[in-house]
Design a protein around this ligand. Structure first.
Ligand SMILES: Cc1ncc(COP(=O)(O)O)c(C=O)c1O
Length: 421
């Protein structure tokens, strides 16, 4: 049996209707921006493998970092023990993060980084004697992950509908309404959670730095914590190392994952200010932050994250992303006038095109729009792996992509969208 037949006998894939889904791509190897299939195809990885891969597949320096660490220590319990890669990574992150984020709490992925952030915010207020601050304010179109807490703060969607009975209530607003909401209800709000600058899975929606600055300011004014979910936006995606830098703001809590380990191993970070951290310091053990995972601060993941930070610093990454942003803006702009294109958006290394059946009606069908699978197939035939979010097609490559490869991708996107399939 080949890989696909064996897969079909025993595997259940994420976000996949197993009854109707096409055969999965049998990937045997990755190198740079390319993936290679068992049946001999080469595909350009246009989503950087779910937004995690920033230095390309099978990077020799990253491979080496994991191999070296594996010879010394693969894993150890992180309650009551510590190790060099975890401490060094925390030191390096604190140096790179917006000033004021001084404590690093490790977990396993983006969703757990968000869960830890929500729990940290709610317990913080209990610990400091304001237990009525329990509400979380979140934005329309938000996506923060698939665990129950992360789903609760995500906007209601086809992803969350079956679990509505499990989700805790959240105050849902637009960025422009945060101020009014906090004026009315601020004293019962624990935190506002946002994806700064770019709402990813909600449809690659970009929102302005001025709004983010205003949200930060009114959170300060009403004594409410700001949680920045930079799981997607961290490590250069929006053109700055962290998206909060666009508005020169420091959140009280920041979530990181995805590109943290350059797409090699799962790891999450919840970074906090000293004020949050001090809210948990007590002689009363009940005020401890009781949260942890078996693989917290996994040394292999820390080692590859450190090697990735080296590559970011050596490679002048932000200049490279600025050039990518210009190329995406120039290449995608002509599509905006097409009748089947509702909007074209670019920020940093992310380009998005919102497809509509008729520009004047903006009648897009959301995540289940059938245009998504049709686009996926059309690009695959051309050797390009893009996975639209329903009617929103986006391109988010690894930073090692060359200008010529970007130009080739833009040609494919142009041709497929003009074919009006
Ligand atoms: C902004 C944001 N937060 C959280 C998550 C969840 O991360 P994970 O899939 O690693 O659980 C995602 C994943 O796409 C994300 O984009």
């Amino acid at each position: 049996m080949n890989l696909v037949d064996r897969d079909r006998a025993v595997v259940w894939h994420p976000y996949t209707q197993m009854k109707t889904a096409a055969a999965p791509l049998p990937i045997v190897r990755g190198q740079g921006v390319y993936l290679y299939t068992e049946d001999g195809r080469r595909l350009l990885d246009g989503t950087s493998s779910w937004w995690v891969n920033i230095h390309g597949h099978a990077h020799p320096r990253l491979n080496q970092a994991i191999a070296e660490q594996a010879k010394k220590l693969e894993h150890v319990i992180f309650a009551g023990a510590t190790h060099e890669p975890a401490v060094e990574l925390a030191e390096r992150l604190v140096g790179a993060l917006p000033a004021g984020l001084t404590r690093i709490f490790y977990s396993d992925n983006g969703s757990t980084a968000v869960e830890a952030a929500i729990k940290m915010a709610v317990q913080y207020w209990q610990n400091v004697g304001q237990p009525s601050r329990t509400r979380i304010v979140a934005l329309h179109h938000a996506y923060h992950g698939d665990t129950v807490g992360a789903m609760s703060v995500s906007d209601a969607s086809v992803f969350t509908a079956p679990f509505a009975s499990l989700l805790f209530p959240v105050d849902r607003v637009d960025p422009s309404d945060v101020e009014r909401h906090l004026e009315e209800h601020g004293d019962r709000v624990a935190a506002v959670i946002v994806e700064p600058m770019l709402q990813g899975a909600g449809g690659m929606i970009m929102w302005p730095a001025e709004s983010l600055a205003r949200v930060r300011e009114c959170c300060y004014r009403h004594g409410v914590l700001l949680i920045a979910d930079e799981v997607l936006t961290g490590f250069g995606r929006t053109g700055r190392m962290f998206a909060c830098e666009h508005a020169a703001v420091t959140p009280d809590i920041m979530c990181l994952s995805k590109a943290l380990t350059a797409g090699y191993l799962p790891m999450g970070v919840t970074a906090a200010t000293n004020a949050i951290y001090e809210g948990f310091l007590s002689d009363d053990r009940a005020k401890t932050f009781f949260h942890g995972h078996s693989f917290t601060a996994n040394p292999l993941a820390c080692a590859v994250a450190l090697a990735s930070l080296d590559l970011i610093e050596e490679g002048n990454l932000l200049e490279r992303i600025a050039r990518l942003e210009r190329q995406l803006r120039d290449g995608l702009a002509p599509l905006a006038s097409l009748p089947n294109v509702g909007d074209v958006r670019v920020l940093g290394g992310v380009g998005a095109i919102e497809l509509v059946s008729d520009k004047t009606r903006k009648d897009a069908g959301g995540y289940l729009d059938t245009i998504g699978p049709r686009l996926y197939d059309a690009f695959l035939k051309r050797g390009l792996l893009l996975r639209p979010l329903g009617n929103v097609l986006y391109f988010m490559p690894s930073y090692v992509i060359t200008d010529n490869e970007v130009a080739w991708v833009l040609e494919q996107i142009d041709a497929v969208i003009r074919s009006n399939l």
